[in-house]
Design a protein around this ligand. Sequence first.
Ligand code: FAD
Length: 325
Amino acid sequence: MSIRQIYATRNEPSVSLEFFPPKTESGTRNLMERMGRMSALDPLFITVTWGAGGTTADKTMELAVLASKELHLPVCLHLTCTNMERHIIDDALEKCLNNGIQNILALRGDPPVGEDWTENDADTGSGFNHAVDLVKYIRQQYGDRFCIGVAAYPEGHYQSDVDGVVQDPIRDLAYLKEKVEAGADFVITQLFYDVEKFIKFEQMFRDIISNDLPLIPGLMPINSYSLFQRAAKLSHASIPQQILNKFPLEIQADDHMVKSIGVEIIIDIIEEIYRRTSGRVKCFHFYTLNLEKAIAQIVSQSPLLSHILEETESKENNDAAFVTP
Ligand code: FAD
């Protein structure tokens, strides 16, 4: 089922989950078990990341197909388009169709670590320079057979600096509009911790791009202080001072304490976004890093999301009552 359809039919706040493909078979088996347990969070959909340049193509596809066929989860495959030959994209799209995967997150991709691109040498002859080229290509080749998502950056993409202003979300918006006009059905954002920046971005998105397209905020649970700092830096996400103040030096090495404060922070972010967007934003996307605990705690402790686990539990009880003589 397409994400756009599922999104339209769910009115209650919900979650979606991002996973990355493990390198080994045992890693994949473990992750499948974890994803099975996380199905209790009734995700609207899950996504599977794609290594830029197609480096994880086989593993990404394997995990996406397993999650779709064995766990019956609605799956969205990430797909980058630069620094990669076109046949890899064609192959991935065909495999998706053959395996009932209808959702693609169309991305540009980044240069390999330590390398840099200019826009022109990002294109290796396949004709793709930006994510919009991939959105157009999928629509040209497959019409409406895919539901297409694209990425957005509430604080601006790290390359969107213009006239000395680094990370300019307004410059990005014009390109996001292009992606939507080319046929994108939904938008997932880069992770962020500054609610004010997201709220401002959401308002601009509604004014300039679309009133009703699903805009799904990306959130990363805080699993440890060092991971939190690293993820924010890599994603070019700022951390507001009032959040930093919650982690005085003496607790930074205490992962248990950091995680539990992190759970409260993410719950507050979710509540604030839902309230201030009057429920226009109703699905929250978690960058799981393939970890489950913090997300399970966020969902169970969040007044907005805890209904999910209650419903899963009552469904399981009903199913059990049905089969138990
Ligand atoms: P684009 O939309 O092409 O934008 C890239 C930059 O180019 C921006 O600065 C934009 O302003 C500018 N731009 C866009 N269009 C034009 C144009 N027509 N002319 C001039 N400038 C333009 N990376 C991976 O490798 N694998 C993944 O699985 C992955 N998953 C991701 C999931 C999400 C939700 C997000 C937010 C990012 C993900 N990324 C992933 C990272 C992503 O590939 C990088 O952020 C990349 O730098 C930009 O991708 P994009 O699709 O946003 O690119």
